[in-house]
Design a protein around this ligand. Structure first.
Ligand code: SF4
Length: 405
């Protein structure tokens, strides 16, 4: 199935709007998006329905967070000329696909999702024994499958959700992938490739199906990927026909593993709003300086003359994110010999964080002063996303016999 996933080279990723973004989001997610947008066709969305799965009792934070978050994305370098930016609830087809997939999703698959129990434990103050919370990995699956996205950037902990999405796609294709006139349609699709390519495809298919020739399979996949004259539906049909299955309606995505962010919080734990240890992307320079100057250091350094150990100090972790080797060596030596003081040691970090935030904040101010521009970017993105989602749903309704209107 890898071929189908890479063939689309489309990336889908979303973020929940639950407050202002901070440096942890920037280093953990957005920097990666900025790189991905150059390489792939990217769809980035505001996961406002997902925010409701845990914030249903107080959704008032969501509307403001939506726009703040989009501004932070743009300010951090996400480019609407390269990526499609949209809001989940503005593409109601996500909900339709979620509902239809729920018909074929065994309850056990959702109950087994590791995040289900974990999050319930972690967020004990909230009542998460809801249908919506149980189903949120399925909503994620719908988010991905509706764009036939091939790649989903995730951290290690989210891999099981992509795996669940693959299982659901497989089940869906298995149940609904064989159209009544499948063979005929596959034949017609072959013809569209031109005589020579059609012959080549047929001979590769024969070698694969009769002799299990892996090279022929790979060659046939490559051939399909290079075809310009056939549309997505026909291509999916031919992928299915090649391997003896039906049509691949919802291609299985793959996890694109992103390196865990090294961005520590001000107390050395992971930077996260729930720990109260964040530096917001819109923090004023005085606030940043104050936060970093007062952050804890190696407790052994009570007096300036006491030597310390960077391994026991959260400031060192900031140096690992921001400092060059020469500065890191200076820290190691100066800390262990008490040659430098902690305030001195923090200065390069303060300078680096301020330098990183400054251009982002300038761009954010421009977008903040022009809300219409931001709304237009999102409107355009929503339209584009909706067109794609509509195409998929047409096909889904067709194979699920829901076209009697
Ligand atoms: S000198 Fe630097 S690394 Fe050492 S304890 Fe102070 S802040 Fe931490």
């Amino acid at each position: 199935m890898e071929n189908v996933a890479s063939q689309h080279a489309r990336v889908l990723s979303g973020m929940r709007p639950t407050g202002r973004l901070h440096l942890g989001h920037y280093h953990g997610v957005i920097k990666n998006w900025v790189e991905l947008q150059h390489e792939y066709q990217c769809f980035f969305f505001v996961a406002d329905w997902h925010a409701l799965t845990t914030h249903y009792e107080d959704p008032s934070i969501i509307p403001e967070s939506v726009w703040d978050m989009v501004i932070d994305w743009l300010a951090a370098g996400v480019n609407p000329g390269e990526a499609t930016l949209f809001i989940q609830s503005r593409v109601p087809e996500h909900a339709e696909l979620h509902l239809l997939l729920s018909m074929i999703t065994p309850l056990g698959w959702l109950e087994r999702a590791p995040s289900y129990k974990d999050q319930q434990e972690k967020l004990k103050e909230k009542d998460l024994a809801t249908y919506g919370f149980l189903g949120y990995p399925l909503l994620q699956a719908a988010d991905i499958l509706i764009y036939r996205a091939g790649l989903v950037p995730v951290g290690e902990d989210q891999v099981p959700h992509v795996e669940l999405t693959r299982e659901i796609a497989r089940r869906f294709n298995h149940l609904f992938g064989r159209e009544a006139d499948f063979e005929e349609k596959a034949g017609a699709a072959m013809k569209k490739m031109g005589k020579k390519n059609a012959r080549l495809y047929a001979s590769y298919r024969k070698s694969w199906q009769e002799q299990g020739d892996d090279e022929a399979l790979a060659a046939a996949r490559a051939l399909l990927e290079s075809q310009q004259n056939i549309n997505l539906n026909d291509r999916d049909r031919l992928f299915g026909y090649l391997e003896g299955g039906g049509k691949v309606i919802l291609p299985e995505p793959q996890a694109l593993l992103t390196k865990a962010s090294k961005m520590p919080g001000l107390d050395g734990q992971k930077m996260s709003k729930s720990y109260g240890n964040t530096i917001p992307l819109n923090a004023k320079p005085e606030q940043v300086e104050q936060q970093l100057r007062t952050m804890p250091t190696d407790p052994a350094r009570v007096r300036r003359t006491d030597p310390g150990d960077p391994a026991k100090c959260p400031v060192w972790e900031f140096h690992q994110v921001y400092s060059e080797d020469s500065v890191k060596n200076w820290v190691q030596e100066g800390c262990r010999s008490a040659g430098i003081g902690c305030i001195e040691c923090k200065q390069p970090v303060i300078d680096a964080v301020l330098a990183e935030l400054k251009p982002m904040q300038e761009r954010a101010a421009e977008y903040e002063s022009d809300p219409d521009l931001v709304r237009n970017i999102i409107n355009e993105g929503c339209e584009k996303a909706r067109d794609e989602a509509r195409d998929t749903m047409e096909e889904v309704r067709h194979v699920m016999s829901l076209e009697y209107r």
